[in-house]
Design a binder for this molecule. Structure first.
Ligand code: NAP
Ligand code: MG
Length: 395
């Protein structure tokens, strides 16, 4: 069989623990037999991040900026116990944080729906994609406790002052910020993504109550849409819809799904966990970081599955779900195919995804999925599952 050719390489970011084990097997069993893979490899495994003093993470992010498409394996974000476990010289920063700040991106998370697997909300027949703004608001807020009362005042650079509250007794106070630049990037990323996947875009805030802060989000989205995207949206047959956050929640619950739901940072934090739970599992959730100038980094939404890795190290065969990691690869291959005009490559990504779904629908799956399966399913090891998928591609 002749393998599918590529033009531009994919930037490949290897990672840690169980997902690193799966990474190699996915390539060996599902990609290399079919694709003449061109990739530029960066080892973001924690030992190599230590070895390179984390330079490898920065180089990988810069390579994605240069080549346009990356695929990333889950990585350990070190904490105190990891510093001991890996004998680190420093508590290196989260690689995802490094990518996000260098690519200035928005993270889109979409559930993978499979015939035969239950969705808890019966009305949601299509996936809902959450686009979460990952900058500012309460996540970089400044807070204080005012124990003895008194006035808390906001002072602006032009010298004006606004009293937050004149406390008569103990109380709490919070200040937060966002920037026009970050909100603008967020809006563009959402609109590019909507055009890319041809789905309606919803955005929501509470501008009736927050007449300057949330209103600024609404205005920036609206301005960018009218100036830069309206025509392209109309041509693609998709819509941009703004409404209040509470109205959006009620409409989403009654909808059939299928939209991209752009959320401010806190709303996205809360709503993405709700959406993931309704659709089954983090291991059935794709995740892609999209920059406003159209660079893509595909990954799984879950972590390195440490608990399974420790079992694997003791010689146990685990039933770890590789689907989200496979979809990171198919996302990157499909995008590369689209950008380079290689239909074969994009078609292969479709075929591989279909093979994953068909395998599960046929009743072969990893054990995390079994409780949601509606028929007589069988839980197999990761290796057996990957082999079953490979057999489906060949069909
Ligand atoms: P996790 O790796 O997502 O795993 C948490 C639990 O979820 C697992 O123990 C497992 O449950 C279940 N699970 C997750 N993915 C699964 C899969 N593919 N197949 C089957 N079950 C799956 O989160 P964590 O244990 O909190 O974090 C582990 C490491 O990952 C940490 O070092 C963290 O820094 C890192 N992390 C990285 C990323 C990233 O790179 N994007 C994201 C999050 C976390 P059971 O044990 O019950 O089977
Ligand atoms: Mg959260």
């Amino acid at each position: 069989m002749t393998k599918i050719a590529m033009k531009t390489p994919i930037v490949e970011l290897d990672g840690d623990e169980m997902t690193r084990i799966l990474w190699a097997k996915i390539k060996e069993k599902l990609i290399l037999p079919f694709v003449d893979l061109k990739s530029i490899y960066y080892d973001l495994g924690l030992p190599n991040r230590e070895e390179t003093k984390d330079a490898v993470t920065v180089e990988a992010a810069e390579a994605i900026k240069k080549y346009g498409v990356g695929v990333k394996c889950a990585t350990i974000t070190p904490n105190a116990s990891r510093v001991k476990e890996y004998n680190l010289s420093q508590m290196w920063k989260s690689p995802n944080g490094t990518s996000r700040s260098r690519l200035d991106g928005t993270v889109f998370r979409a559930p993978i729906m499979v015939k035969g697997l239950k969705v808890l909300m019966t009305t949601w027949t299509q996936p809902i994609v959450i686009a979460r703004h990952a900058y500012g608001d309460v996540y970089s807020g400044v807070e204080g406790y005012v124990p003895d009362g008194g006035a808390v005042v906001l002072k602006f650079p032009d010298g004006t002052e606004k009293t937050v509250f004149d406390f008569k007794g103990p109380g709490i106070v919070q200040a937060m910020h966002n920037t026009d630049k970050s909100i603008t990037s967020f809006a563009r990323s959402c609109m590019n993504y909507a055009l890319d996947v041809k789905k309606d875009l919803w955005f929501n805030a509470k501008d009736t109550i927050s007449k300057i802060y949330d209103h600024r989000f609404k205005d920036i989205f609206n301005e960018i849409y009218e100036k830069e995207y309206k025509e392209r949206f109309e041509k693609a047959g998709i819509t941009y819809f703004y409404t209040l956050i509470d109205d959006a929640v009620s409409r989403i619950m009654k909808s059939n799904g299928g939209m991209i739901w752009a959320c401010k940072n806190y709303d996205g934090d809360v709503m993405s966990d709700m959406v993931a739970t309704v659709f089954g599992s983090l291991a059935m959730m794709t995740s892609v970081l999209v920059s406003p100038d159209g660079k893509y980094e595909y990954e799984a939404a879950h972590g390195t599955v440490t608990r399974h890795y420790y079992k694997y190290l003791q010689g146990e065969q685990t039933s770890t779900n590789p689907i989200a990691t496979i979809y990171a690869w198919t996302g990157a291959l499909r995008k590369r195919g689209e950008l380079d005009g290689l239909k074969d490559l994009s078609d292969f990504a479709d075929r591989l995804e279909k093979a994953c779904l068909d395998t599960i629908t046929d009743g072969i799956m990893t054990k995390d999925l079994l409780p949601n399966y509606e028929g007589e399913g069988k839980a197999v090891t990761s290796d057996e599952f990957l082999d079953a998928i490979a057999a489906h591609i060949a069909k």
